[in-house]
Structure formats: structure tokens, C-alpha cells
Design a binder for this molecule. Structure first.
Ligand code: G4P
Length: 531
């Protein structure tokens, strides 16, 4: 029994895919599922691309499909491994969701468009991975098109993201004349073959780099260039060091083209070989080993309207240790209550199934009647393990929000409260001001539209929203904080978050500096850790 449990834990690989929109995250996810046999024809995840359209469009899609188009979880088997892909929303306005999802992952795959290099959103998401110190694997995509010089790309990864990189393979012909890649581990060339419009699994032709046949195939010039580049990489590049990979200090880089399936399988296999099974996580009782018997997990995401017919809310739980069994009664540590997890669900490609048992690394979804908060720990009934909270990221847009009809105040407050529990918005209150007027902070402005839409459709409340000029928030850390003694600039304002922690909203970086200078001894933080 124990042996079977350990085997299950050790074959789990749980990762998130991050990218700037359009780099090819959806396409790569689709292709990974294809290789895992979870879908036969790629293209089924495609409608998720609708995320990039107007908010009302994707709301419609959510309704029609009866599922969420924000983050989801996909599980499939490949070569003895059990893989959990934590898919994240494509639209950058929902990046908060991505930040939280990264908290549940053991490693991350970063997709970069070879023509665009490291883009703004990649950089932001990368920072979160770095904060967690998880391994990061890079897939440079769209090699079938003309792109930047690969040396330039490597340099960009290192200088913009501040991480060492090690190319696992090396592209041949990046000026739109893509011929394939040189596999550095196996010293062989894998020849590009477009396949059937990228819809089925493609086998690439491989062979030794010194083989005469490749000279003919690549042409004398390209072959010569490749030989020189290989030498340069070997002499001048960083050395491969698995320990550094596992600490998130060095990223293995794979070049390929998700659309044409090229390089996807070598990437998947290389990734699976290097990345780890679920790792120990820090709790109030020290590190918790995933292989211990005691069940523990934490809520990293709450999603409403998974099924619009029932208006239900699902809490997503990342299992961190022990075996989970359907119907299990667990301890909800924050609420100090035992709860029975009766209908846990798991996600297999497009389907949702009731899960009988699950293991560390797995994600299960449980019905949430309003009892969960993001960051809550669940554990075996006789223990009180609590994991470190999930950081609350800094909103960048703020608005003052009122119900148009003051008679609807109750629904307004309830709607705001529930939507903020899901982490879709952050709510702030001015000290000494009632709940009639709330300040809402979001990371992306589309979240305001979602708020307006949902309050009207789900709670029957029309709202008025007045946009505010603040762009920065800082959580104030000071013992015995006194609102009246805090010195502000003209363009900043004090408020408190949902938990009553004091914050200051500011218009620009200059103000942050001034406020710091005027309030000596006060620490201003751009991230608040819950707990
Ligand atoms: P995202 O989730 O990161 O936002 O990106 P997504 O996979 O949706 O890909 C963005 C666009 O890039 C899509 O084109 C997709 O087909 C294309 N793409 C992805 N991988 C590759 C690749 O390896 N090579 C090339 N040439 N293109 C690639 P689109 O025009 O937006 O959509 P569609 O019309 O192809 O569906």
C-alpha cells in the first residue's frame, strides 16, 4: 500500500505554463495534451483564444461552454508520469490568477516568441517564479518563422530576466529558413518537418551531426555555421548544472515550433527528466514532506460560475502531502472546523470527473458554499498544519464604486465580498468611511468590466464606477500603526484592505519615495502575504 502511494507521488509532475499573450502557450498546451494522448486532434483548446476578445465575448463563451475560460487544470499520463498542467489565462488583465496558480506549481514553463523575445508579461510572471525559486524551463517558439538571432535571445533571457540559460538544442536557419535543431545532449540533428498542419504527432528525422547527409541537406554554408555555433556554445556558454536548474538559477532552453509540433516531444521528455516530483512545502510546522501519510493541501483559487446553471463556486486545492480520498473529513484550519469533501472533482483534458483518490501534486476542485478563502489550508483532521499564505499582488488600477440604487446596498456588499473572496478584485475601505463607498483595486482594467457585468447579472446590482488616478499600492508595516500620524503626499491616500491591514495608494514612484522619507521607520511593501 505504502509502496503504491510512494510510486504515485513520485510520478507526479505539476507545472504551469506562462507567457506573454500570443507567444503560443495555448498551442503548446494543446500539443502536450496531444502527445499525452489526452486529445487526438489538436485544436480543441482553441476556443480559449476567445479570452483575447472583449470581456462580454468571453462571458458569453463561458456561458455557452458551461466552463470557465480562466485558469484550469489538465491531467494526463505520459511515459509513466502523471502530469498536471496548470493552465493560466491568456489575457494579461487576469494575470493575478496566473500569479496564484504559480503558487500551486512545482515548476514553470516559459514560452517565448522567437521574433519578440522576452516581453513585458513574461517578465512579470517570471518574477513570481523567481520569488518561489521553482525550476523554470524555456520553450522558444515559432521557429518556423523568422526570428531573432538565437545568441541575442539567450543574451536577452540572461540580461532581462537575470537567469542563466543553457540551450538544450540549437536552431538551424532562424531567418525564416528553418531547417531543424541540433540536439546538444545527443549531438544529433533533428530535421524540421511541417507535418499535417500541426494536428498530429510528428516524428522528426534525426541523425548524427557529422553525417554527410546533413551537409547536403543544410547546405555547406548553414552546416559550417552550425559547427561554429556549437563550438561557441561549448566554449563560451554556461555549463549545464541540474542543481542550478532545480533551484531556478539556470533555465534549460528548448527551441521549437508548437504549431508544427516541432521540438515538442524532445521538450516534454527533457522537461520530465529534469523536473522534480512534488517538493516539500513550508508550513507553520516546518517543511512538510509530500510523502508523509498525513493529508494536507491548500486553496489557491476560487472560481465562481464553473457551472452557470447552478451558480456554483469551486475551490481548487493543491494536494501537498498524503493521500486524498473521496468523502474524507478534513480540518479547515482557519475556520477551525471539520469539513467533508464529498464530491471532489478532477480535470482530465476537457472533462470533469469525480475523483476517488488523489495524490500530492494533484489539484482537486471542491464545491465551495462560501467557506473558503484563497490560501486556506486543509489537513488531516487531527493536525493543524498551515501553509504559508498566498501573496496578494499589488493592484495597478483603482476605482471608487457605488450601487446606483442605494436600496440594493445589501446585494452590492455581498456581491463585492464574494467576488473579492475569489480574488477577482481587491477591496479597500477608507478609514472612517462606511461600506457605501468602496475602493476597488485590480491588476488589469478588464477586471473592472467583469465586476460590473457580474454584479449586474448575478446580484442584480447596477454600479457606478469612478476611476481613480492611483497606480501604486503599498502595504504599511508598522507596529501600532496610527492613521492620524501618517504623513502623506498630496496625491496619496490611506485605506485598509479586507483584513484591516493599512495601505497607502499612490499616483507615482516619486510619491512612494516621499512617503517613505516622511515616515521614517515605516516599511512599505508591494506584496501582502495573507495569513
Ligand atoms: P497564447 O496562448 O500564448 O496567447 O498563444 P496561442 O497559442 O493562442 O498562439 C498565438 C498565435 O500564434 C496563434 O495564431 C497561433 O496559431 C500562433 N502560433 C503558435 N505557435 C506557433 C508556431 O510555432 N509557429 C507559428 N508560426 N505560429 C504559432 P493566431 O493567428 O492568433 O490564431 P490561429 O488563427 O492560428 O488560431
Amino acid at each position: 500500500m505504502q509502496e503504491q502511494f510512494l510510486q504515485q507521488v513520485r510520478r507526479r509532475r505539476t507545472f504551469a505554463i506562462i507567457s506573454h499573450p500570443d507567444a503560443g502557450k495555448t498551442t503548446l498546451t494543446e500539443k502536450l495534451l496531444l502527445y499525452g494522448g489526452a486529445i487526438r486532434l489538436a485544436g480543441s483548446v482553441k476556443s480559449r483564444r476567445a479570452q483575447k476578445h472583449a470581456v462580454s465575448d468571453w462571458m458569453e463563451i463561458e456561458k455557452q461552454r458551461g466552463i470557465s475560460v480562466t485558469s484550469s487544470v489538465l491531467q494526463f499520463d505520459y511515459d509513466g508520469y502523471c502530469i498536471n498542467i496548470l493552465d493560466t489565462p491568456g489575457h494579461q488583465d487576469f494575470s493575478e490568477d496566473t500569479y496564484r496558480t504559480l503558487m500551486a506549481a512545482d515548476s514553470a514553463v516559459m514560452v517565448i516568441d522567437c521574433a519578440k523575445g522576452v516581453e513585458a508579461q513574461t517578465k512579470k510572471l517570471f518574477e513570481v517564479c523567481k520569488m518561489r525559486g521553482i525550476p523554470i524551463f524555456t520553450f522558444v517558439n515559432k521557429l518556423d518563422r523568422a526570428g531573432k538571432d538565437p545568441f541575442e535571445l539567450m543574451e536577452e533571457i540572461e540580461s532581462v530576466l537575470g537567469i542563466q540559460s543553457y540551450p538544450m538544442n540549437w536552431p538551424i536557419g532562424t531567418d525564416g529558413n528553418f531547417k531543424g535543431v541540433y540536439n546538444r545532449t545527443k549531438s544529433q540533428i533533428e530535421v524540421f518537418n511541417e507535418g499535417k498542419h500541426g494536428q498530429t504527432v510528428v516524428e522528426s528525422v534525426v541523425g548524427d551531426v557529422t553525417d554527410e547527409v546533413f551537409k547536403d541537406l543544410l547546405g555547406q554554408g548553414l552546416h559550417q555555421q552550425l559547427m561554429e555555433e556549437i563550438e561557441l556554445l561549448d566554449v563560451a556558454g554556461d555549463n549545464f548544472d541540474l542543481n542550478k536548474v532545480l533551484k531556478g538559477e539556470l533555465t534549460p532552453v528548448f527551441f521549437g515550433s508548437a504549431m508544427t509540433n516541432f521540438g515538442v516531444r524532445p521538450f516534454l521528455e527533457g522537461f520530465l527528466e529534469m523536473t522534480t516530483p512534488p517538493v516539500a512545502r513550508i508550513s507553520n510546522q516546518g517543511e512538510i514532506d509530500p510523502e508523509t501519510d498525513n493529508f494536507t493541501g491548500f486553496v489557491f483559487k476560487i472560481q465562481a460560475n464553473m457551472n452557470p446553471a447552478h451558480r456554483d463556486r469551486i475551490a481548487f486545492i493543491r494536494i501537498c502531502s498524503g493521500r486524498f480520498q473521496k468523502g474524507m473529513t478534513v480540518n479547515h484550519v482557519r475556520a477551525k472546523k471539520p469539513i467533508k469533501l464529498a464530491q471532489p472533482q478532477q480535470f482530465l483534458a476537457q472533462d470533469r470527473v469525480v475523483v476517488e483518490e488523489a495524490y500530492p501534486g494533484d489539484i482537486i476542485g471542491v464545491h465551495d458554499p462560501g467557506i473558503f478563502n484563497i490560501g486556506d489550508t486543509l489537513c488531516q483532521s487531527n493536525t493543524k498544519v498551515e501553509y504559508e499564505g498566498i501573496p496578494v499582488f499589488a493592484p495597478e488600477h483603482f476605482a471608487r464604486v457605488y450601487a446606483k440604487d442605494s436600496m440594493k446596498r445589501k446585494q452590492f456588499v455581498k456581491g463585492i465580498e464574494q467576488i473579492s473572496e475569489e480574488g477577482a478584485i481587491q477591496v479597500f475601505k477608507r478609514p472612517h468611511v462606511g461600506v457605501e463607498e468602496l475602493l476597488i483595486g485590480v491588476v488589469g482594467v478588464l477586471q473592472f468590466e467583469v465586476l460590473e457585468y457580474r454584479l449586474e447579472k448575478e446580484y442584480g446590482v447596477e454600479i457606478k464606477m469612478q476611476s481613480l488616478p492611483y497606480r501604486f499600492i503599498r502595504w504599511i508595516q508598522q507596529e501600532n500603526f496610527d492613521y492620524d500620524r501618517f504623513s502623506l503626499t498630496m496625491d496619496s491616500v490611506l485605506a485598509e484592505d479586507r483584513e484591516g491591514k493599512p495601505v497607502v495608494l499612490l499616483e507615482n514612484e516619486w510619491s512612494i519615495q516621499k512617503v517613505e522619507e516622511r515616515n521614517k521607520g515605516v516599511v512599505l511593501k508591494s506584496i501582502s502575504t495573507k495569513n
